[in-house]
Design a protein around this ligand. Structure first.
Ligand code: UD1
Length: 417
């Protein structure tokens, strides 16, 4: 079990390239099974979730490998329709393979993803939409059995909530379905636009991504392509948090400014200065950080739930009171107790966390319990006095590539043991 040992208080400096987005890579890897020939995906981060997605592809009969940050997938020999339970358990978002497998083979057998570290994560919206597209779905003993008699057909689908995973599953089911699918109240996250850009370059007909109504005209065949995955806006926000909490000036390279529109004002409210120029972000943090009046997590283009924990870690050392409202997931304050061990003053009631900034955090032994919570604890440890020993790094490695190397290259004192 890996742990991070962080000696806090070092100022960061220099520049770093932001890794490719995990939340783009996963649905795009699932999408490759809809195509003929060899797909080359550049800027694919080496993450444990990506390894799981590659294992699923190989289990299904595809060839799937990663060299450096380039993944190569060929699904011509795909023969399977099921994902074994242990792979579903390794990564809850394996559910994004459902629409693709069903479209490719006319059937799919997956174990039900169930709850996870963020609380209950239902997939009712995914299943309702796929049923509307002609899928027969039964749930027995925790297994989802899905099939189609005459293939999937286009449908008009309105989501009651703009679920990222449901939008992706519908897109994957619809690209090769008969007729047109319209998704109203679709999720607008940049990673969905990236998925659709990939699919369109394979020959799909998808319009309206990023605008809430997505229209997909089904096509008979998709071909392989080369695609470069977008930079990870959440890793970007985490590195900005690391710089903010250590009162540092750093440069992030390969950032897409518009993806951070809801995050930038929060750092500005803290007194940080952000300057974007040709894909680079020059980030300067002041000596004294001001609190943030209210951060409410929302579907994109609102403030991302995935950036809540790192930002909260910064707010523990702001001069005053900050308020966070978590409106996406029920159980996304697991980092709070661990931040408290470092000396933070945080009270939680339901969806609301009130952070009373303190003058100092002090190193302690803490345990991460989810991916972004792990990132939040590392941010806090960088701003703390003394040494923090952070467990649960397996969660971090689901979404951050060689994070100890990245932070060390910026001058942080971080070791993985
Ligand atoms: C994706 C991201 C995750 C991010 C989240 C919200 C990936 C791999 N993961 O997760 O990093 O935190 O979006 O931005 O891209 N819901 C239902 N029924 C459903 C589906 C979802 O009630 O059928 C609820 C969930 O319980 C949750 C909310 O909708 O409360 C958001 O979920 P969703 O947008 O689907 O998130 P994921 O796709 O799981």
């Amino acid at each position: 079990m890996s742990r991070f040992i962080v000696s806090g208080g070092e100022r960061l400096f220099g520049e770093v390239e932001v890794q490719g987005a995990k939340n783009s890579a996963l649905p795009i890897l699932a999408a490759t099974i809809l195509t003929k020939g060899e797909n080359v995906l550049h800027n694919c981060s080496r993450l444990s979730d990506v390894t799981t997605a590659l294992k699923i592809l190989r289990y299904l009969g595809c060839s799937a490998n990663i060299t450096g940050n380039t993944a190569i997938v060929n699904a011509d020999n795909m023969c399977g329709s099921d994902i074994p339970n242990h792979l579903m358990r390794e990564m809850r978002s394996s559910i994004v393979f459902l629409g693709a497998i069903l479209s490719r083979t006319g059937k799919a057998y997956l174990s039900f993803p169930g709850g996870c570290e963020l609380g209950p994560r239902p997939i009712d919206l995914h299943l309702k939409a796929l049923k509307k597209m002609g899928a027969k779905i039964t749930e027995r003993h925790g297994i989802l059995e899905c099939s189609t008699d005459k293939g999937l057909k286009g449908a008009k689908i309105t989501l009651s909530f703009p679920s990222v995973g449901a939008t992706e599953n519908i897109i994957l089911a619809a690209v090769r379905a008969k007729g047109t699918t319209t998704i109203t109240n679709a999720a607008r996250e940049p990673e969905i636009t990236d998925l659709c850009d990939y699919l369109n370059s394979c020959g799909a007909d998808i319009y309206g991504t990023g605008e809430g109504v997505i229209v997909i005209d089904g096509v008979d065949e998709l071909y392989s392509t080369q695609h470069t995955i977008i930079p990870d806006r959440i890793v970007g926000a985490t590195l900005m948090s690391a710089a903010a909490v250590t009162h540092s000036d750093i440069c992030l390279k390969g950032i897409i400014q518009s993806h951070l529109n809801s995050v930038v004002p929060v750092f500005e409210e803290m007194g940080c200065q952000l300057e974007f120029s040709k894909g680079d972000l020059f980030f300067k943090s002041p000596k004294v950080l001001k609190p943030v009046s209210l951060v409410r997590t929302m579907p994109y283009p609102g403030f991302p739930t995935d950036a809540q924990a790192p930002l909260m870690a910064v707010s523990t050392l702001c001069e005053g009171t900050s308020v966070f409202v978590e409106s996406i997931f029920e159980n996304r304050f697991k980092h709070v107790d661990e931040l408290t061990r470092l000396g933070a003053s945080i009270s939680v009631q339901g969806k609301v966390a009130v952070v009373q900034g303190v003058k100092h955090l002090y190193g302690a032994s803490v345990e991460a319990q989810d991916l972004r919570g792990a990132a939040g604890l590392i941010v806090a440890a960088l701003g703390a006095e003394g040494t923090t020993d952070i467990g649960g790094i397996k969660y971090l490695e689901r979404g951050y590539e060689d994070f100890e190397v990245v932070l060390s290259s910026l001058g942080a004192n971080v070791k993985k043991i």
